[in-house]
Design a protein around this ligand. Structure first.
Ligand SMILES: [Zn+2]
Ligand SMILES: [Zn+2]
Length: 98
């Protein structure tokens, strides 16, 4: 049984091999090691997207849309599936909040 696979370090630095379980730790690392890339790798201005139907908040519009579609049956014209299957999915997964 490899329990480690469930709790991976989801927030990885794109400038080196470091990865962290929490976004704030990644941010601290980037701030110390590659401060010039801080806004690229771990920007502070992570927008909170609030669901207009319940209290859930997401850091990306895509995930908010996805939530609204699944939970509240809201229809979007945005081709979410295309986006979700792109390489961005890993980044998005790491940002999603429950
Ligand atoms: Zn790094
Ligand atoms: Zn909701």
């Amino acid at each position: 049984m490899d329990k480690g696979t469930l709790k991976r370090n989801e927030f990885s630095c794109s400038s080196c091999e470091k990865s962290y379980t929490e976004y704030k730790n990644l941010r601290r690392h980037v701030n110390q090691v590659h401060p010039e890339n801080l806004n690229t790798i771990a920007p502070l201005a992570v927008r909170k997207y609030k669901c207009s139907f319940c209290k859930k908040q997401y850091n990306t519009k895509v995930y908010l849309s996805s939530h609204e579609r699944k939970v509240h049956n809201v229809k979007y014209y945005v081709p979410l599936f295309t986006f979700e299957r792109s390489h961005c999915i890993n980044i998005l997964k790491s940002i999603i909040q429950y």
